[in-house]
Ligand binder design. Structure first.
Ligand code: UYC
Length: 232
């Protein structure tokens, strides 16, 4: 195992994302010494914004029973690897924890709830948003939610991913829906069972945004100035 570890450490640090993606699960299988390499890796990279590669490494540690991994996360990353910044005093720990265990369905529900919380008590009670509320939503908070999704989904899920696809299609909704797996032919994908709640889903499949009341809310979300700034 010592040899295995040494032959994996270097490409983990210096390899392409594709190489790193393959090495992380291999390290996970090597027990405590593999976990040590992943901890060292996360610490080295902590000054930089977390990427989905950091997310993969973090998830291995988060989902490990090893006491050393638990202790490491408790002392170095008690709130995960994405800074949970909020301008509205909102706590994103529950979203972070659900995404860390890849419970995308529960994370999607919490995302809808947090989006309502961001807009205030009337939206919380209503359980859905007006597009004017979305326009006034904090960019910092939207970036936090988005970064959590990105980092814990191999960069596959998140509003900014949906926005890129939407823009690439000239904002054409009818082309957009099938692309992200929300519609097939004339048939909307049925909530919740027909959606794909794992990484085999098409890019941009999650988070969901109920289209029952029209596309204006979603259009506002994808046009929000939050996506013009580089996420920190
Ligand atoms: N649902 O079909 N959706 C719900 C989606 C539509 C409907 C929730 C997404 C089409 C009803 C979420 C799609 C439609 C309810 C989503 C989708 C429809 C409901 C839970 C593909 C019928 C019960 C959160 C675009 C043709 C609630 C919430 C209600 C719920 C998401 C029906 C996350 C992405 C047009 C009847 N659907 N939704 O908002 O309000 O309740 O009656 O988008």
């Amino acid at each position: 195992p010592a040899n295995d570890i040494d032959s994996l450490r270097q490409p983990l640090i210096a390899g392409s994302e594709k190489v790193q993606q393959q090495i992380i699960p291999q390290l996970a299988e090597l027990g405590n010494e593999g976990l040590d390499v992943l901890m060292e890796f996360l610490l080295k990279r902590r000054e930089n914004p977390a990427t989905w590669i950091d997310g993969k490494a973090y998830q291995v540690l988060y989902n490990s029973d090893a006491p050393q991994a638990k202790e490491f996360l408790r002392s170095c990353f008690p709130e995960g690897i994405v800074p949970l910044k909020s301008e509205c005093g909102i706590n994103y720990n529950s979203l972070q924890q659900l995404l860390a265990v890849q419970d995308f369905q529960a994370a999607d529900r919490v995302t809808i709830e947090k989006m309502c919380e961001l807009s205030g008590p009337t939206a919380v009670q209503r359980k859905w948003l007006y597009f004017t509320e979305v326009e006034n939503t904090s960019a910092v908070d939207l970036q936090t939610i988005n970064n959590l999704w990105l980092v814990h989904s191999e960069g596959k899920f998140g509003f900014s991913v949906q926005r890129e696809i939407w823009l690439s299609l000239g904002k054409n909704w009818e082309n957009f829906w099938p692309k992200i797996g929300w519609k097939a032919g004339n048939t909307w994908t049925r909530y919740p069972n027909e959606f794909t709640w794992d990484l085999s889903a098409p890019k941009g499949h999650l988070p969901l945004s109920n289209q029952l009341r029209g596309v204006r809310v979603f259009a506002s979300l994808l046009s929000h100035p939050a996506w013009l700034k580089n996420p920190e």
